[in-house]
Design a binder for this molecule. Structure first.
Ligand SMILES: NC(=O)c1ccc[n+]([C@@H]2O[C@H](COP(=O)([O-])OP(=O)(O)OC[C@H]3O[C@@H](n4cnc5c(N)ncnc54)[C@H](OP(=O)(O)O)[C@@H]3O)[C@@H](O)[C@H]2O)c1
Length: 218
C-alpha cells in the first residue's frame, strides 16, 4: 500500500512498461524499497508478483507527479516513460514535471532513459533518420537539459534500440560515452545497467549510451 512506503527507495515512473517493469523487478530483487507510478488504466501484468508500491497518476499532469513523488519520497527517480504516438511535447513536459516534483520531495538523483540521436549524439543517426526524429529529439534534449540544470545528481542513459522483452540477460551490455554508437540492447540488460547506475559515482552526472556487442539489430 502506498502509505506503507519507506522513504529512501527508488521510484520508477512508467513502471508498468517494458523497461520500467524490468527495472522495478531488479530493484526489488536487490531489496530496495520500490515504488512505481503508472496510469490508472495501465496494464500492470508485468508487475504481478513484484514487491512494489503502485501509485497512480498521469506524468503529463504536474499535480499527479507531485503527489506520487511526495508520497513515495524516494532517494532516486527513474523516468522510464515512453511516449504515446504523436503526443507532442510529451518528452519535455513529463521530465519537467518529474524534475520539479523530485526537487520538492527532496529526491537526490534522477535517472533518465533517453535516446541516441539527441544533442551531441545526433551524428550517430543518418541524415534521413535525423530529419525524421528532429522534433522528438529536440524535446528529449529539453528534458536532458532540464535534468542537468536541476542541481540534482543524474544519470542519462541514451538508448539506440531496445528489444526482446522477456529474453534472458546476455550480461554483456555496457555504457559508453562514445557519441557515435547506435547500439542495440535487450530490456533486461538495459534494466541491469540502469540499476547499476543508481547512486554509483562512476556514472553520476554523465550522459551514456547503452551497447551490447553480442546482440544484433533485428
Ligand atoms: N524501443 C526502442 O528501440 C527505444 C529506442 C530509444 C529509446 N527508447 C526508450 O526506452 C524507454 C522505455 O521504453 P519501453 O519500451 O519500456 O516503453 P513501454 O513498454 O511502451 O512503456 C512505457 C510506459 O510509459 C507509460 N506512460 C506513457 N504515457 C504516460 C503518462 N502520461 N503517464 C504515466 N505513464 C505513462 C505507459 O503507460 P501505459 O501502460 O498506461 O500506456 C507505459 O507503461 C523509453 O524512454 C523509450 O523512448 C526505446
Amino acid at each position: 500500500m502506498a502509505q506503507d512506503i519507506k522513504p529512501d527507495g527508488v521510484m520508477v515512473i512508467g513502471g508498468a512498461g517494458q523497461a520500467g517493469s524490468d527495472i522495478a523487478k531488479l530493484l526489488a530483487a536487490k531489496g530496495e524499497t520500490v515504488s512505481v507510478m503508472v496510469r490508472a488504466n495501465s496494464d500492470r501484468k508485468r508487475l504481478e508478483g513484484v514487491n512494489v508500491s503502485v501509485l497512480t497518476g498521469d506524468a503529463l499532469v504536474a499535480a499527479d507527479v507531485d503527489a506520487a513523488v511526495m508520497k513515495a519520497r524516494p532517494r532516486a527517480v527513474n523516468n522510464a516513460l515512453s511516449r504515446p504516438r504523436d503526443a507532442w511535447g510529451f518528452w519535455a513536459n513529463t521530465q519537467i514535471n518529474i524534475t520539479a516534483a523530485a526537487k520538492k520531495a527532496g529526491v537526490k538523483e534522477l535517472i533518465y532513459l533517453s535516446s541516441v540521436g539527441v544533442g551531441d549524439s545526433a551524428g550517430a543517426y543518418t541524415p534521413e533518420a535525423r530529419e525524421r526524429t528532429k522534433v522528438v529529439h529536440a524535446e528529449r534534449l529539453i528534458a536532458e537539459e532540464n535534468i542537468k540544470a536541476s542541481g540534482l545528481a543524474y544519470v542519462i542513459i541514451r538508448i539506440g534500440s531496445v528489444n526482446w522483452y522477456g529474453k534472458p540477460a546476455t550480461g554483456k551490455a555496457s555504457l559508453t560515452e562514445d557519441r557515435t554508437v547506435l547500439g542495440v540492447i535487450q530490456y533486461i540488460d538495459l534494466a541491469q545497467l540502469t540499476v547499476d547506475c543508481i547512486g554509483n559515482p562512476t556514472y553520476a552526472n554523465k550522459t551514456w549510451a547503452s551497447v551490447d556487442p553480442t546482440v544484433k539489430r533485428p
